[in-house]
Structures are given as structure tokens and as C-alpha cells.
Ligand binder design. Structure first.
Ligand SMILES: [Fe+2]
Length: 370
């Protein structure tokens, strides 16, 4: 058994400022990757810029990272980074900004690789420039994983790239959640929940690495009523939500995600469903299938979350993210593709069948006739 998350991680209030020296030691010229608005609104971009200014580290901001970052955006950012002679990349935002920062860090040191070839495996591991991750949502966990999910619109593919890119440094501060809408916090928290459930219901789960999701699920259970309530999230919970998300990232750093994430990518790519709900719709039915293979693990998950049974789990997810309706032809197309997705199916802790996959789709999505 092995545990390996080679990222220097701080989870605390004001950690960007408190650990300025660690950030300043990462490189000498920074490309900051972020989205259009939220990093300005929540103060994270200003915090990072202040630290870089205090250490006289020149930086350039690339603020064009979209939700589900594309190979085209990565290519554009690499050109900016090369022109600026950046030697490290700082991702400030949700998973999109951090994942895009990872992809840029890889191409910075491998200029012969085109962004459209990011999903192709290389014969030997590729090096990457150092990455600093400053997450501002409580779901991605990308600050603690080697994973970068990139979309290639040319070939209609949303998938993780096959390169291992752990950030050198992660600075995780719950205060950045203060300006987030409640539904964004809920959606991303459902993503974190899925990371932990899929990490336990996974062939790679073992006694060593499951300390992450088991503790994280307990924390998530403590946030459950606040997430389910109609009231705004109490600011006292921000740090716990962020900590849970980072622990969920550490969970999948060891096991990878499984079937619900594999199913979610088509739903996002072809139906525009945000990542957290896209995963969450499949979570209860996947858990129900896994109860055939690893019933004790399913019971453990439910009890850590303070739930009696899978029906309560499904009802909780419905209250959090509602339901998803798609045309039946689209659902059938997704199911056919998923039946060939060995990289995810091989992680199921039992012999999942084609009928099981159909069951998950039927139970998880509402179908409109077309
Ligand atoms: Fe996810």
C-alpha cells in the first residue's frame, strides 16, 4: 500500500498571505490562470497579486479560463506564458482554472506537444513547470490531485489528460466562498461528495488510502444540514467545506474517480450540465449497484453521512441538485459509450454488467420522448 500526495498543502484562513514565502520560492515569473470574474469578486486574485508584488515577482494574468477549459484556451495561455517567459503557473479559481494551469505547466516545458495532443499518452513521463493552486470553490480537489480535465471540442472529448501534474503548493482558504452563490457551493460540495464515495467504491480503495474519504465523509456529513437548508451557508462552515474538498481531492489522488465521473462527462459536454450535478445524478444508483459487491463499504458511507439507506441518499441528492431530463436517444448514446469505457469500469469493485449500466442511467436521469 502506498500513500502519495506530493503537494505542500495549507488549509487555513489567510493562508495565501501567511505562506507568501512558500509561493515566492516556487518560481521567478508567474502566469496567473483564472476566470473572468469570481477571483476578482472573492479577493483571491488580489491576495495572490499582493504576495507576488511584495516579493518583486513579475506576473501576467490570463483571465480567459472558461468552465470546462478547452485545448484552445490552453494553447492560447501557453502562448501568453511563453511570451512572458513564465517559469511557474498559478491557478486561481475552481477546478477549471487549476486544471488549465496544470495543462499549461506541462506544455510550457514541452513546446513540441500541441494542446490538441494533450489527451495522447506519451512513451515516458513528461516534466512540467511548477504549479501553485489557490482554489475558490469547495468541490474540485484539483489542488491535491495529479488530474487535469480538459475538453477538446474538435473531437468532442471531455476527459482527464494522461499526465501526472501535482501542484507544488496549494493554499486553501475558506473565506473565498463568501461571495459564492449558495447553489454553486452546493454543486461543488456534491462533486466533493462524489470524489469520496467513488474513492471508497473503487477497486483501488485500501485500508491506507481510505482514511482520506472516511474522514472527509464525516466532515461532509457535518455540513449536510447547512447544504440542505434554504438559508445561506454560515461563514463558520467555509473552512470545513474547503477542507472536505481538499481531502476529497486527496482521496481520488490515490484511487481516481469511477463510474459516476465517467458518466458525467458526456452529460456536461453534450447537455451542458455543470460538473457537480452531472456527477451527483449518478451517485445513488452507482452506490446501489456497488451494494451488491461491497455492502459493508456502502453501509459505512451511509453511516458516515448520517443516512439510513440508499433511498435517503438519493432523496438528499435530489433535494440538493434536483433532477436531469434528457432525450432518450441521448441517454442511449451515453450508455453505449459508457459500456466501452474500461478505464472507469475496471475501477468498479465487482463485475459490473451492461444491465447494471443501463440500470444506473434509467434510475439517474429523467427521459423525455423525442
Ligand atoms: Fe469531480
Amino acid at each position: 500500500m502506498r500513500s502519495f500526495v506530493p503537494t505542500d498543502i495549507y488549509v487555513e484562513k489567510d493562508c495565501v498571505k501567511n505562506h507568501a514565502n512558500q509561493m515566492l520560492a516556487v518560481g521567478t515569473r508567474a502566469l496567473i490562470m483564472t476566470g473572468r470574474h469570481s477571483a476578482v469578486a472573492n479577493g483571491s486574485l488580489n491576495d495572490v497579486e499582493s504576495v507576488l508584488n511584495s516579493g518583486n515577482i513579475p506576473f501576467q494574468v490570463f483571465d480567459e479560463v472558461e468552465e470546462n477549459p478547452s485545448t484552445d484556451t490552453v494553447r492560447k495561455a501557453v502562448q501568453v506564458a511563453q511570451g512572458f517567459k513564465a517559469d511557474f503557473v498559478i491557478g486561481v479559481g475552481g477546478g477549471s482554472a487549476i486544471d488549465a494551469a496544470k495543462a499549461v505547466s506541462l506544455l510550457l516545458l514541452n513546446p513540441a506537444v500541441d494542446a490538441d495532443d494533450l489527451h495522447k499518452a506519451s512513451s515516458s513521463p513528461l516534466d512540467h513547470a511548477p504549479v501553485v493552486a489557490v482554489p475558490t470553490t469547495c468541490g474540485t480537489g484539483s489542488e491535491a490531485t495529479p488530474v487535469s480535465i480538459i475538453t477538446n471540442h474538435g473531437i468532442q472529448l471531455k476527459k482527464s489528460i494522461p499526465h501526472v501534474i501535482f501542484p507544488a503548493l496549494a493554499l486553501v482558504d475558506g473565506k473565498y466562498l463568501a461571495s459564492a452563490k449558495k447553489q454553486l457551493i452546493v454543486n461543488t460540495a456534491v462533486d466533493a461528495l462524489s470524489h469520496m464515495v467513488e474513492s471508497i467504491l473503487n477497486i483501488k480503495s485500501n485500508a491506507f488510502n481510505r482514511m482520506f474519504p472516511e474522514y472527509g465523509l464525516k466532515l461532509w456529513g457535518e455540513c449536510k444540514s447547512a447544504l440542505l437548508s434554504d438559508a445561506a451557508i454560515d461563514s463558520g462552515l467555509y473552512e470545513k467545506l474547503m477542507l472536505t474538498s481538499t481531502i476529497a481531492g486527496m482521496s481520488i489522488a490515490h484511487t481516481s474517480t469511477s463510474v459516476p465521473h465517467g458518466m458525467s462527462y458526456d452529460l456536461t459536454l453534450h447537455a451542458g450540465v455543470p460538473h457537480g450535478p452531472a456527477v451527483g445524478y449518478f451517485l445513488a444508483a452507482y452506490t446501489e449497484i456497488c451494494a451488491k459487491f461491497v455492502p459493508e463499504d456502502v453501509q459505512k458511507i451511509l453511516s458516515l453521512l448520517g443516512l439510513k439507506n440508499i433511498e435517503e441518499f438519493a432523496a438528499m441528492l435530489r433535494k440538493l441538485i434536483g433532477t436531469c431530463t434528457i432525450p432518450s436517444a441521448l441517454r442511449d448514446q451515453f450508455a453505449a459509450a459508457m459500456k466501452k469505457n474500461r478505464s472507469k469500469l475496471d475501477l468498479v469493485p465487482g463485475a459490473i454488467t451492461a444491465a447494471d449500466i443501463d440500470f444506473i442511467y434509467e434510475k439517474s436521469l429523467v427521459v423525455e420522448s423525442n
